[in-house]
Design a protein around this ligand. Structure first.
Ligand code: IMP
Ligand code: MG
Length: 173
């Protein structure tokens, strides 16, 4: 398999993750019950690094979403593949996502979570591809805005491969 070309290096990612962690630490000082919700599978590496930069008591609850088939185009149909194991009523939920592309997945999830009566819901996304946005989604904490290219690595896949790359790269056509 050809090695993807680096777009965001390990160092660049780690520096930004540290900044996001510090910002989140400041903003949630008053929170008594922060639940960090990494969206599987794509955000598992980002979330693992991010939570180690958040200096607060917190809980982790995973949630799995699928909106893509095997290719690079969103099907627009969003499915929950793994749900929270605890209620979030009255709690501060911080969603951790790998990338907001069309925005369809996050719109679906934000609407779904609102029905579960959390105290607050915020979104932290490592990447945003505004060129492909189809619905507007408020991103409270954003790592990087990127151009309209399909990226892999640091948790993100192409047909389930490349998640283990330590950087974000692009596949050459
Ligand atoms: P959206 O619903 O179109 O915003 O899609 C969001 C999901 O699609 C993300 O959580 C990723 O799992 C996946 N995705 C979108 N763009 C890319 C990409 O460039 N590389 C890998 N996965 C992507
Ligand atoms: Mg995803």
């Amino acid at each position: 398999m050809k090695k993807p070309t680096a777009l965001l290096s390990t160092e660049t990612l780690q520096a930004r993750v540290a900044e996001l962690g510090a910002e989140i630490t400041r903003d949630y000082q008053g929170s008594h019950d922060l639940v960090v919700v990494p969206i599987l599978k794509g955000s598992f590496l980002f979330a693992a690094d991010l939570i180690r930069r958040i200096e607060l008591d917190l809980s982790i609850e995973f949630l799995g979403l699928r909106s893509y088939g095997a290719g690079t185009e969103s099907s627009g149909v969003v499915q929950i593949t793994y749900d929270l194991t605890q209620p979030v009523v009255g709690r501060d939920v911080l969603i951790v996502e790998d990338i907001v592309d069309t925005g369809l997945s996050m719109r679906y999830l934000l609407e779904n979570l609102a029905t579960r009566q959390p105290r607050s819901v915020k979104l932290c996304s490592l990447l945003h591809k505004p060129a492909r946005s189809r619905v507007k989604v408020p991103i409270d904490y954003l790592g990087f805005t990127i151009e309209d290219r399909f990226v892999v690595g640091y948790g993100l896949d192409y047909a389930e491969k490349h998640r283990n790359l330590p950087y974000i790269g692009v596949l050459e056509e």
